[in-house]
Ligand binder design. Structure first.
Ligand code: HEM
Ligand code: HEM
Length: 227
């Protein structure tokens, strides 16, 4: 294996070692948070589950959202660097487009970092839209006419079983979770809470899909077809 192939293992390795255990912890706390709330509601009943589970779910959830966005950047960053910057010599052939892609990456990471700090609803919405939009612009540079070939392997013809589409939707769902924390707490009618549960159950299925499609892609790329 050469250095590029070893570098290709960083993304799956971090997903497996870091992201998937976090998903397990977050889901465990999510389940307990729900059980506790249902045991206490509606007549203020008693529960053996400690009240701290909700806070733990959110605090590890915040790490999870960051880790998923990080792993997304590792996956696409590797594809863009190897196919675009190294093999395609992007800085020579498409200089301004290459600089645009780099700046777009920096701006997207900056908006995501600011989403962690934003308090008011307007700013949370703005930074969530900017970071999700950034991910999408970076993903579809060919369709947007920025450069003429796709740098990311999106598997457009099999979008329903694509590592890229599953991963990008799950990443955007994590960004939404981060953006709506305050709404979940403030809403007495539980509408935001239920929306959060539905969206993140979908995210959970997509994460399972990431395990399957990621392993398939590693296998499919293989040692000899890879850069
Ligand atoms: C796979 C990922 C996740 C799943 C399956 C999930 C699911 C859940 C569930 C079932 C609840 C309990 C709802 C209830 O009381 O009935 C909950 C609560 C909550 N979740 Fe998540 N969640 C996930 C990730 C996240 C992330 C990434 C964040 C934010 C960064 C987050 C923020 C919250 C908040 C603020 C609450 C309310 C906690 C409380 O009542 O103290 N969740 N989630
Ligand atoms: C939360 C989990 C994950 C997310 C959000 C994620 C996301 C992504 C994204 C957006 C890409 C770029 C699309 C592409 O070029 O194919 C990618 C590539 C890839 N991912 Fe993942 N991934 C995750 C987990 C995994 C796992 C668990 C594995 C392996 C077991 C894996 C293996 C790969 C491989 C082999 C590539 C192709 C790299 C290349 O283009 O050469 N991923 N991932």
């Amino acid at each position: 294996m050469n250095a590029t192939q070893w570098a290709g293992i960083i993304h799956p390795a971090i997903a497996i070692i870091f992201v998937f255990p976090l998903i397990g912890i977050v889901v465990n706390f999510a389940w307990q948070t729900r059980q506790r709330r249902l045991q206490i509601a509606p007549q203020g009943g008693k529960s053996k589950i400690p009240p701290v589970v909700g806070r733990e779910h959110v605090s590890i959830g915040r790490w999870l959202a960051g880790a998923v966005v990080g792993v997304w950047f590792l996956g696409t960053g590797y594809a863009i660097t190897t196919k675009g910057f190294i093999q395609g010599n992007l800085l020579e052939t498409y200089r301004s487009q290459a600089i645009f892609i780099l700046l777009m990456g920096v701006a997207t990471i900056a908006s995501f970092a600011l989403l962690y700090r934003a308090r008011e609803r307007l700013w949370r919405t703005i930074f969530a839209v900017l970071s999700s939009g950034g991910l999408l612009i970076l993903s579809f540079t060919d369709k947007l006419g920025i450069i003429d070939k796709s740098l990311i392997f999106r598997r457009d013809n099999q979008w329903y079983f694509s590592h890229f589409y599953y991963g990008t939707i799950a990443t955007i769902l994590m960004i939404i979770s981060l953006a709506i924390i305050q709404e979940i707490y403030q809403d007495r009618s539980n509408r935001w809470r239920n929306l959060h549960i539905i969206l993140n159950c979908i995210a959970l299925l997509l994460f399972v899909g990431q395990g399957i499609t990621g392993a398939r892609d590693l296998f499919e790329i293989g040692l000899y077809a890879s850069p």
